[in-house]
Design a protein around this ligand. Sequence first.
Ligand SMILES: C[S@@+](CC[C@H](N)C(=O)[O-])C[C@H]1O[C@@H](n2cnc3c(N)ncnc32)[C@H](O)[C@@H]1O
Length: 249
Amino acid sequence: MTGKTLLPNRIYRMDAIKGLKRIEDDSVDLIVTDPPYNIASADRTTMKNGKPLSTMKAWGHWDCFHPFDYDVFLMQVISECYRILKPGGALYIFTAREQNGFFIRQAMARGFTYRNQLAMVKKNPLPSFAKSNYRSAFELCMYLTKGKPELFNFVSQAECKNVFHYANTHRKTQHPTEKPLELIKLFIQVSSNNGDLVVDPFMGSGTTAMAAKELERRYLGFELEHDYLAMARRRLKGGTRKTATRRAA
Ligand SMILES: C[S@@+](CC[C@H](N)C(=O)[O-])C[C@H]1O[C@@H](n2cnc3c(N)ncnc32)[C@H](O)[C@@H]1O
């Protein structure tokens, strides 16, 4: 571990892996995160039909890896998350469906206990313009623990099913992959207690931080892009304005 101690209730503009390496072993109660899925194509990142995309549309640059690099990246995320979690602590991690088999095998090889897959079903998925495949209407979140789970605050039969339905209207910011606050709050409520430390290495618009704050948990996280970090900080201060970013991230 190197560098100054990281303080809770902060989001640092820092690479996630470097940031995670600065967190002590066995020190975190819960991790809730939504890393890049590696589904953006290289073209999608900057140009469309030969024209540069606006900053918000050109979001793919952080989501575009060579497949081998992506595997290494995921393994680093798994390894660091395992190291920093307290025994019994939980990891909730959204993953691309294409990656789930690889992800679960690697996580179990590292020592995680596989607990469940949680489906986030979109009530209003994007229409299919090409009409050449099924519309993409759900995302999956893996639920794992470091050994036997330390706690599971069962909320209700209705809320603790592994399928959750959400409409896109949950959005509070212009982050392209903002997750529903209520869903993240449920994960935090189920797998942590007041005052616990919740880490998100890929904060984006700060949904995990907001959820932790509203539930009186401490949070800590990282985000590389200046504009997203500004969104997250504004949100945490109480501004929910859907402001477009002005700078190329
Ligand atoms: C899928 S989004 C997370 C969205 C978030 N769940 C929300 O509700 O807003 C992933 C985020 O990780 C950030 N990111 C990508 N690579 C990163 C890295 N190496 N270190 C830190 N942040 C990174 C991206 O800028 C992006 O905002």
